[in-house]
Design a protein around this ligand. Sequence first.
Ligand SMILES: Cc1cc2nc3c(=O)[nH]c(=O)nc-3n(C[C@H](O)[C@H](O)[C@H](O)COP(=O)(O)O)c2cc1C
Length: 395
Amino acid sequence: MAQLPDQEDSSKPNLFSPYKLGRFNLSHRIVLAPCTRCRALNGIPQPAMAEYYSQRATRGGFLITEGTMVDPTSAGFPHVPGIFTAEQVEAWKKVVDSVHAKGAVFFCQLWHVGRASHEVYQPAGCAPVSSTDKAISKRWRILMTDGSYGIYPEPRALGTDDIAKIVDFYRVAAVNAMKAGFDGVEIHGAHGYLIDQFLKDGINDRVDEYGGPLRNRCKFMTQVVRAVADAVGPDRLGVRISPAIDHLDATDSDPLGLGLAVVERLNELQSDAGAKLAYLHVTQPRYVAYGQTEAGRSGSEEEEALLMRRLRDAYRGTFICSGGYTRRLGNKAVARGEADLVSYGRLFIANPDLVLRFKLGAPLNMYDRKTFYTQDPVVGYTDYPFISNQYISRL
Ligand SMILES: Cc1cc2nc3c(=O)[nH]c(=O)nc-3n(C[C@H](O)[C@H](O)[C@H](O)COP(=O)(O)O)c2cc1C
């Protein structure tokens, strides 16, 4: 007999309750979190990516792509996909079609890493750009093209005028995502990358209108979100933040205050547009450095729960939580109203049929960290086993 998802109270929703995500009807609440996998050779999505995403797609499921470059200065990992050339858009179409063929909803995550890059990833070997000219400390290492780890170089602080150009790259990338057939885009404002480099006072040391008080530090993100919302419609746009995560030195003296300020901007934007954004996606700090380690936390369980609760209560729209969720914790979060949807990263990497496994309460494959960022189109990518028919027939 198949086990029912564990839940606190059967009258409450769980991971398998349907959900209306704006214009999209989801049949369950288990989301594929954006996960960089470095299989887009020279920035071009490959056939293996169509297979990888379609393996994880279910009817009425919701998938978000890996971080996708908005312009040639956006990359800080080898072989991440882009969405700024016609060739990239054409290649994405095949990936999107394979996911749509399974009946899932698919958003493209728009990413600029800012200073979390290296000259080798930059056009003409230039310095990476950021809100600041301070480098990421040696506590963190950058994955180089040959698989070794290097030191983050000093970035170039963007001039006030350069910023408008970057905002426009996001807008064009979002339009391109629509051309490729995506249902929407997610703005990556988390994990110490470019937008977070503007948001956090541990990094942003600007003295222009993009630095200093909270409202100024939120300005770049707000401009990006407004430009993209105007271009593709607010309901085709989600925003991801991680106010309490210090990945890549992205510290803030008041993570809750920062998170609430971002939420206030998004609520304002929704009122101005007279329409809701698709969602707010928040990574919680119990999940820390996904690049190099499993370890680390920056606060007690109660502090983290309080931060998530306050953001969830303040945001007027769909709330997705991410970071260290299991089947049990996901069901609990949905049942308690702590989130509408739950995104899964590492468990989904290792379990292409995670949704079925959760439904059945079946055992999970363990992920292999060594192949997270390698380029093999099969090993550690599309070869994680599906649950066997023998297992299912024994139920
Ligand atoms: C290999 C790997 C790559 C990731 N790449 C991205 C990314 O491109 N964009 C992003 O927003 N988060 C990225 N993340 C973070 C995940 O989206 C997710 O929030 C994180 O893994 C925590 O969820 P989990 O505990 O379910 O793995 C990545 C995580 C992993 C493990």
